[in-house]
Design a protein around this ligand. Sequence first.
Ligand SMILES: [Zn+2]
Length: 346
Amino acid sequence: MAREVARLIRRSLFVLLINLVVLTAATAADGSVTVDEVLSETGARLQWDAARQVGVFWKGYTRVSFRYGTGYAVVNDRDIMPLVSTLGPDGTLVFDASSAAALRERLIPQADRERRRISAIFIDPGHGGRDPGTIGRHKVGGELLEIQEKDIVLDVSLRLRELLQASFPDRDIVMSRKDDVYLTLEQRTDLANAIHTDVNESVLFVSIHANASLNSRASGVEVWYLTPEFRRSGLIDAERVGVSDSEVLSILNTMREEEITIESVLLARNILSSIYSEVGNQSPNRGLKKEAWYVVREAKMPSVLVELGFVTNREEALRLADKHYLQRLAHGIYNGIVQFISGFEE
Ligand SMILES: [Zn+2]
Protein backbone atom coordinates (compact mmCIF):
# COMPACT_ATOMS: atom_id res chain seq x y z
CA MET A 1 0.00 0.00 0.00
CA ALA A 2 2.64 2.48 1.10
CA ARG A 3 4.81 1.43 -1.77
CA GLU A 4 1.97 2.01 -4.23
CA VAL A 5 1.34 5.46 -2.88
CA ALA A 6 5.03 6.25 -3.09
CA ARG A 7 5.15 5.01 -6.63
CA LEU A 8 2.16 7.10 -7.65
CA ILE A 9 3.56 10.24 -6.10
CA ARG A 10 6.93 9.63 -7.68
CA ARG A 11 5.38 9.18 -11.05
CA SER A 12 3.44 12.42 -10.85
CA LEU A 13 6.51 14.31 -9.65
CA PHE A 14 8.38 13.30 -12.73
CA VAL A 15 5.63 14.01 -15.23
CA LEU A 16 6.65 17.61 -15.85
CA LEU A 17 10.29 16.90 -16.43
CA ILE A 18 10.40 13.61 -18.19
CA ASN A 19 9.50 12.36 -21.60
CA LEU A 20 9.43 8.62 -22.01
CA VAL A 21 11.67 7.23 -24.69
CA VAL A 22 9.90 5.80 -27.67
CA LEU A 23 11.12 2.27 -27.89
CA THR A 24 11.68 -0.10 -30.72
CA ALA A 25 13.10 -3.58 -30.59
CA ALA A 26 16.23 -4.85 -32.26
CA THR A 27 18.49 -7.79 -31.52
CA ALA A 28 22.19 -7.92 -32.19
CA ALA A 29 24.62 -10.80 -32.63
CA ASP A 30 27.29 -9.23 -30.38
CA GLY A 31 25.08 -9.60 -27.30
CA SER A 32 24.09 -5.96 -27.18
CA VAL A 33 20.47 -5.30 -26.33
CA THR A 34 18.09 -2.44 -26.80
CA VAL A 35 16.60 -0.54 -23.92
CA ASP A 36 13.27 -2.13 -24.84
CA GLU A 37 14.67 -5.61 -24.26
CA VAL A 38 16.16 -4.56 -20.93
CA LEU A 39 12.75 -3.34 -19.80
CA SER A 40 10.89 -6.46 -20.88
CA GLU A 41 13.48 -8.80 -19.33
CA THR A 42 13.67 -7.03 -16.00
CA GLY A 43 10.18 -5.59 -15.60
CA ALA A 44 11.78 -2.24 -14.78
CA ARG A 45 10.44 1.15 -15.83
CA LEU A 46 12.51 3.84 -17.47
CA GLN A 47 12.22 7.58 -17.07
CA TRP A 48 14.14 9.58 -19.60
CA ASP A 49 14.89 13.26 -19.53
CA ALA A 50 15.49 13.96 -23.20
CA ALA A 51 16.85 17.46 -22.63
CA ARG A 52 19.55 16.35 -20.23
CA GLN A 53 19.92 12.86 -21.73
CA VAL A 54 19.57 11.39 -18.26
CA GLY A 55 17.75 8.11 -17.72
CA VAL A 56 16.62 6.28 -14.61
CA PHE A 57 15.65 2.61 -14.49
CA TRP A 58 13.28 1.88 -11.62
CA LYS A 59 12.53 -1.55 -10.18
CA GLY A 60 11.11 -1.70 -6.69
CA TYR A 61 13.46 0.38 -4.59
CA THR A 62 16.36 0.02 -7.00
CA ARG A 63 17.26 2.98 -9.19
CA VAL A 64 19.94 2.90 -11.83
CA SER A 65 20.65 6.43 -13.03
CA PHE A 66 22.82 7.23 -16.03
CA ARG A 67 23.62 9.95 -18.46
CA TYR A 68 24.15 9.10 -22.09
CA GLY A 69 27.78 9.27 -23.09
CA THR A 70 29.36 9.16 -19.62
CA GLY A 71 30.04 5.39 -19.59
CA TYR A 72 28.77 4.82 -16.07
CA ALA A 73 25.60 4.60 -13.99
CA VAL A 74 24.87 5.15 -10.31
CA VAL A 75 22.83 2.63 -8.34
CA ASN A 76 20.64 3.95 -5.50
CA ASP A 77 22.77 7.10 -5.34
CA ARG A 78 25.63 5.09 -3.90
CA ASP A 79 27.30 2.44 -6.06
CA ILE A 80 28.81 3.23 -9.39
CA MET A 81 28.89 0.75 -12.27
CA PRO A 82 30.12 0.89 -15.86
CA LEU A 83 27.29 1.34 -18.35
CA VAL A 84 28.03 1.83 -22.02
CA SER A 85 25.25 2.84 -24.35
CA THR A 86 25.10 3.89 -27.97
CA LEU A 87 22.30 5.05 -30.21
CA GLY A 88 21.00 2.59 -32.78
CA PRO A 89 20.16 3.65 -36.36
CA ASP A 90 16.60 4.49 -35.39
CA GLY A 91 17.65 6.49 -32.31
CA THR A 92 17.04 3.69 -29.83
CA LEU A 93 19.39 3.31 -26.85
CA VAL A 94 21.51 0.15 -27.15
CA PHE A 95 23.63 -1.32 -24.31
CA ASP A 96 26.68 -3.46 -24.92
CA ALA A 97 26.71 -7.07 -23.66
CA SER A 98 28.47 -6.48 -20.35
CA SER A 99 26.36 -3.41 -19.57
CA ALA A 100 23.23 -5.44 -20.30
CA ALA A 101 24.42 -8.17 -17.91
CA ALA A 102 25.14 -5.60 -15.20
CA LEU A 103 21.66 -4.09 -15.65
CA ARG A 104 20.06 -7.54 -15.35
CA GLU A 105 22.00 -8.24 -12.19
CA ARG A 106 20.92 -4.96 -10.61
CA LEU A 107 17.32 -4.96 -11.76
CA ILE A 108 16.54 -8.65 -11.18
CA PRO A 109 17.79 -8.84 -7.61
CA GLN A 110 18.27 -11.99 -5.59
CA ALA A 111 15.67 -12.20 -2.87
CA ASP A 112 16.29 -9.57 -0.23
CA ARG A 113 19.54 -8.31 -1.68
CA GLU A 114 18.17 -4.88 -2.42
CA ARG A 115 15.84 -4.80 0.55
CA ARG A 116 15.85 -1.53 2.42
CA ARG A 117 16.01 -1.33 6.15
CA ILE A 118 15.58 1.22 8.92
CA SER A 119 18.75 0.68 10.93
CA ALA A 120 18.31 3.44 13.50
CA ILE A 121 15.67 5.68 15.02
CA PHE A 122 16.77 9.08 16.28
CA ILE A 123 14.53 10.53 19.01
CA ASP A 124 14.93 14.24 19.66
CA PRO A 125 13.22 15.65 22.77
CA GLY A 126 13.01 19.42 22.11
CA HIS A 127 14.62 22.14 24.25
CA GLY A 128 16.33 21.26 27.57
CA GLY A 129 18.66 22.85 30.12
CA ARG A 130 18.38 26.64 30.13
CA ASP A 131 15.73 26.45 27.39
CA PRO A 132 12.47 25.24 29.00
CA GLY A 133 10.40 25.53 25.80
CA THR A 134 6.81 26.57 26.39
CA ILE A 135 5.47 26.81 29.93
CA GLY A 136 1.90 26.33 31.12
CA ARG A 137 0.70 27.66 34.50
CA HIS A 138 -2.74 26.82 35.82
CA LYS A 139 -4.54 27.01 39.15
CA VAL A 140 -5.63 23.53 40.17
CA GLY A 141 -7.49 23.16 43.47
CA GLY A 142 -5.86 26.27 44.89
CA GLU A 143 -2.36 25.12 43.88
CA LEU A 144 -0.26 26.28 40.97
CA LEU A 145 0.38 23.62 38.34
CA GLU A 146 3.39 24.51 36.17
CA ILE A 147 4.46 22.30 33.31
CA GLN A 148 7.49 22.87 31.13
CA GLU A 149 7.76 21.56 27.61
CA LYS A 150 11.33 20.33 28.09
CA ASP A 151 10.21 17.95 30.87
CA ILE A 152 7.20 16.34 29.24
CA VAL A 153 8.90 15.87 25.86
CA LEU A 154 11.86 14.17 27.60
CA ASP A 155 9.49 11.95 29.56
CA VAL A 156 7.62 10.83 26.41
CA SER A 157 10.91 10.36 24.53
CA LEU A 158 12.35 8.07 27.21
CA ARG A 159 9.15 6.01 27.19
CA LEU A 160 9.29 5.85 23.41
CA ARG A 161 12.90 4.70 23.54
CA GLU A 162 12.00 1.90 25.94
CA LEU A 163 9.18 0.65 23.70
CA LEU A 164 11.39 0.76 20.59
CA GLN A 165 14.33 -0.94 22.30
CA ALA A 166 12.09 -3.80 23.44
CA SER A 167 10.69 -4.36 19.92
CA PHE A 168 13.82 -3.67 17.89
CA PRO A 169 16.87 -4.99 19.74
CA ASP A 170 18.77 -5.08 16.41
CA ARG A 171 18.29 -1.38 15.64
CA ASP A 172 19.99 1.62 17.18
CA ILE A 173 17.67 3.82 19.20
CA VAL A 174 19.58 7.08 19.57
CA MET A 175 18.54 10.11 21.62
CA SER A 176 19.69 13.70 21.09
CA ARG A 177 19.51 14.16 24.88
CA LYS A 178 18.70 11.78 27.73
CA ASP A 179 18.51 14.37 30.49
CA ASP A 180 18.02 18.05 31.12
CA VAL A 181 20.73 19.51 28.91
CA TYR A 182 20.72 22.21 26.27
CA LEU A 183 21.54 21.38 22.65
CA THR A 184 21.46 23.69 19.65
CA LEU A 185 19.35 22.71 16.66
CA GLU A 186 22.51 22.23 14.67
CA GLN A 187 23.94 19.82 17.25
CA ARG A 188 20.75 17.77 17.05
CA THR A 189 20.77 17.38 13.27
CA ASP A 190 24.54 16.83 13.25
CA LEU A 191 24.10 13.92 15.68
CA ALA A 192 21.42 12.38 13.47
CA ASN A 193 23.34 12.91 10.23
CA ALA A 194 26.43 11.30 11.79
CA ILE A 195 24.73 7.95 12.42
CA HIS A 196 26.48 5.39 10.29
CA THR A 197 24.36 3.61 7.67
CA ASP A 198 25.24 0.85 5.25
CA VAL A 199 23.97 0.78 1.69
CA ASN A 200 20.15 0.45 1.67
CA GLU A 201 19.91 1.48 5.31
CA SER A 202 18.11 4.54 6.55
CA VAL A 203 17.55 6.46 9.80
CA LEU A 204 14.25 7.95 11.02
CA PHE A 205 14.26 11.32 12.80
CA VAL A 206 11.44 11.99 15.28
CA SER A 207 11.47 15.32 17.10
CA ILE A 208 9.09 15.74 20.03
CA HIS A 209 7.65 19.07 21.23
CA ALA A 210 4.67 20.56 23.03
CA ASN A 211 2.59 23.49 21.90
CA ALA A 212 1.46 26.83 23.28
CA SER A 213 -1.14 29.32 22.12
CA LEU A 214 -2.46 32.73 23.16
CA ASN A 215 -5.87 31.14 22.67
CA SER A 216 -6.24 29.10 25.86
CA ARG A 217 -8.89 26.93 24.19
CA ALA A 218 -6.49 25.55 21.56
CA SER A 219 -5.70 21.88 22.19
CA GLY A 220 -4.74 18.70 20.38
CA VAL A 221 -1.97 16.80 18.66
CA GLU A 222 -0.20 17.83 15.45
CA VAL A 223 2.42 16.11 13.34
CA TRP A 224 4.62 18.20 11.09
CA TYR A 225 6.82 17.41 8.11
CA LEU A 226 9.05 19.53 5.98
CA THR A 227 7.37 21.26 3.06
CA PRO A 228 8.18 19.48 -0.23
CA GLU A 229 9.25 22.79 -1.75
CA PHE A 230 12.19 22.99 0.64
CA ARG A 231 15.39 21.80 -0.93
CA ARG A 232 18.31 20.49 1.06
CA SER A 233 21.69 20.44 -0.59
CA GLY A 234 24.38 17.82 -0.28
CA LEU A 235 22.09 14.83 0.19
CA ILE A 236 24.36 12.85 -2.08
CA ASP A 237 27.89 12.13 -0.92
CA ALA A 238 29.86 12.78 -4.11
CA GLU A 239 32.89 10.90 -2.85
CA ARG A 240 30.90 7.88 -1.78
CA VAL A 241 29.14 7.75 -5.14
CA GLY A 242 32.31 8.52 -7.06
CA VAL A 243 30.67 11.07 -9.36
CA SER A 244 32.04 14.56 -9.84
CA ASP A 245 29.63 15.67 -12.58
CA SER A 246 27.70 18.44 -10.83
CA GLU A 247 24.72 18.05 -13.13
CA VAL A 248 24.37 14.34 -12.33
CA LEU A 249 24.82 15.09 -8.62
CA SER A 250 22.11 17.72 -8.76
CA ILE A 251 19.68 15.30 -10.41
CA LEU A 252 20.49 12.58 -7.87
CA ASN A 253 20.00 15.12 -5.09
CA THR A 254 16.55 16.01 -6.40
CA MET A 255 15.53 12.37 -6.61
CA ARG A 256 16.68 11.70 -3.07
CA GLU A 257 14.84 14.81 -1.87
CA GLU A 258 11.58 13.60 -3.38
CA GLU A 259 12.04 10.21 -1.81
CA ILE A 260 12.68 11.70 1.65
CA THR A 261 9.60 13.90 1.35
CA ILE A 262 7.37 10.97 0.40
CA GLU A 263 8.70 8.92 3.30
CA SER A 264 8.32 11.78 5.79
CA VAL A 265 4.67 12.26 4.80
CA LEU A 266 3.98 8.55 5.24
CA LEU A 267 5.74 8.50 8.62
CA ALA A 268 3.82 11.59 9.76
CA ARG A 269 0.52 10.06 8.66
CA ASN A 270 1.22 6.78 10.48
CA ILE A 271 2.22 8.53 13.70
CA LEU A 272 -0.75 10.90 13.69
CA SER A 273 -3.33 8.17 13.16
CA SER A 274 -1.72 5.96 15.83
CA ILE A 275 -1.69 8.78 18.39
CA TYR A 276 -5.30 9.50 17.50
CA SER A 277 -6.21 5.84 18.17
CA GLU A 278 -4.61 6.16 21.60
CA VAL A 279 -5.86 9.53 22.82
CA GLY A 280 -8.37 10.72 20.20
CA ASN A 281 -11.23 10.49 22.69
CA GLN A 282 -9.46 13.11 24.86
CA SER A 283 -7.35 15.31 22.64
CA PRO A 284 -8.47 16.56 19.22
CA ASN A 285 -6.55 15.59 16.11
CA ARG A 286 -5.32 18.85 14.57
CA GLY A 287 -3.96 17.05 11.55
CA LEU A 288 -0.84 16.94 9.45
CA LYS A 289 1.04 20.19 8.97
CA LYS A 290 3.79 21.05 6.58
CA GLU A 291 6.27 23.82 7.03
CA ALA A 292 9.82 24.74 6.18
CA TRP A 293 10.25 24.49 9.90
CA TYR A 294 13.64 24.84 11.41
CA VAL A 295 14.12 21.87 13.70
CA VAL A 296 14.75 19.05 11.28
CA ARG A 297 15.42 21.09 8.18
CA GLU A 298 18.91 19.82 7.58
CA ALA A 299 18.29 16.22 8.63
CA LYS A 300 19.12 14.08 5.62
CA MET A 301 16.52 11.40 6.31
CA PRO A 302 12.75 10.97 6.73
CA SER A 303 11.90 13.40 9.53
CA VAL A 304 8.81 14.44 11.45
CA LEU A 305 8.00 16.66 14.41
CA VAL A 306 5.26 15.69 16.87
CA GLU A 307 3.46 18.34 18.95
CA LEU A 308 2.03 16.46 21.91
CA GLY A 309 -0.56 19.06 22.91
CA PHE A 310 -0.99 22.58 24.33
CA VAL A 311 0.45 23.36 27.75
CA THR A 312 -1.60 26.60 27.63
CA ASN A 313 -4.91 24.72 27.67
CA ARG A 314 -5.98 23.91 31.23
CA GLU A 315 -7.52 20.49 30.50
CA GLU A 316 -4.68 19.46 28.22
CA ALA A 317 -2.07 20.63 30.77
CA LEU A 318 -3.73 18.40 33.35
CA ARG A 319 -3.53 15.47 30.95
CA LEU A 320 0.11 16.23 30.08
CA ALA A 321 0.93 16.25 33.82
CA ASP A 322 -0.37 12.67 34.05
CA LYS A 323 2.25 9.92 33.48
CA HIS A 324 -0.39 7.50 32.18
CA TYR A 325 -1.36 9.97 29.49
CA LEU A 326 2.29 10.47 28.52
CA GLN A 327 2.66 6.69 28.25
CA ARG A 328 -0.30 6.59 25.86
CA LEU A 329 1.22 9.34 23.72
CA ALA A 330 4.53 7.44 23.62
CA HIS A 331 2.65 4.29 22.66
CA GLY A 332 0.86 6.13 19.86
CA ILE A 333 4.13 7.41 18.39
CA TYR A 334 5.66 3.96 18.78
CA ASN A 335 2.78 2.28 16.91
CA GLY A 336 3.10 4.79 14.08
CA ILE A 337 6.83 4.09 13.73
CA VAL A 338 6.24 0.33 13.75
CA GLN A 339 3.60 0.68 11.01
CA PHE A 340 5.88 2.84 8.90
CA ILE A 341 8.78 0.40 9.24
CA SER A 342 6.72 -2.61 8.27
CA GLY A 343 5.56 -0.78 5.12
CA PHE A 344 9.04 0.53 4.34
CA GLU A 345 10.71 -2.87 4.63
CA GLU A 346 7.99 -5.00 3.04
ZN1 LIG B 1 9.18 23.11 21.22
